[in-house]
Design a protein around this ligand. Sequence first.
Ligand SMILES: NC(=O)c1ccc[n+]([C@@H]2O[C@H](COP(=O)([O-])OP(=O)(O)OC[C@H]3O[C@@H](n4cnc5c(N)ncnc54)[C@H](OP(=O)(O)O)[C@@H]3O)[C@@H](O)[C@H]2O)c1
Length: 232
Amino acid sequence: MNLENKVAYITGGTKGIGLGIAKSLINADLKVAISGRKALDTEKLKAELGSDVLIIASDVRNFEDEQKAVEQIVSKFGKLDVVIANAGLGKFAPIDELSLEDWNAMIDTNLTGVFHTLKASVAQLKANKGHYISIASLAGTNFFAGGAAYNASKFGVVGFTQAAMLDLRDYDVKTTTIMPGSVTSHFNEHVPNDADGWKIQPEDIGQIVVDLLKLNPNVLPSKIEVRPTKTK
Ligand SMILES: NC(=O)c1ccc[n+]([C@@H]2O[C@H](COP(=O)([O-])OP(=O)(O)OC[C@H]3O[C@@H](n4cnc5c(N)ncnc54)[C@H](OP(=O)(O)O)[C@@H]3O)[C@@H](O)[C@H]2O)c1
């Protein structure tokens, strides 16, 4: 894909991994739209990403929000070529302590939200022979105590994205599942700090996305596991 003048949408691009991907794509000359839930600090994000970035308030749990987000992108940039379903959250508790609220928040955001994003954008992806990417997790293949809801959402999104890849490949739409291990971000109320140096950095995931987009049209890395080189 020639990246100049391609248009990308990153859900959950206001911080963490999504923001890192946005920076990498802007550096690679793409037009970029990002989203987050309400009350976005537009001024701060434009100062970081440049004034051409489109900042959209859209809750991925709401399909209509995602439809309107795609409409806004096409209205501003004329099309949509690259979609990265990244918005997500994690709350961890043993099953007897796991609240219904946290279960619903993770399934609705990390799994149903990803379906909403792809469903709302698939016509654009087909029209432009685009690339769709889910930011899943290694928790989509490795289960752990306290992770029942997060594991369920991420195992689900890995299955969803792999099946979608089979639906879309013959339309020349590439579909990739990226499964990161520990990345420096605000995930689970974490505050990034100096002790995070051993982790993957958000722009490292951004670099992987840029490299994926530059590959020969005949080549599709459909599922990628990414881990920090060392454990600490
Ligand atoms: N950090 C890690 O170690 C790690 C590892 C593997 C996978 N992941 C995955 O990476 C993705 C990004 O997480 P992160 O680590 O970058 O966390 P983060 O720093 O907390 O960022 C999460 C992003 O998602 C947005 N968001 C949350 N709920 C949303 C919703 N309902 N609708 C729209 N946007 C929503 C947030 O924006 P607002 O708060 O403005 O809504 C924010 O931009 C998640 O899917 C996570 O599961 C993270």
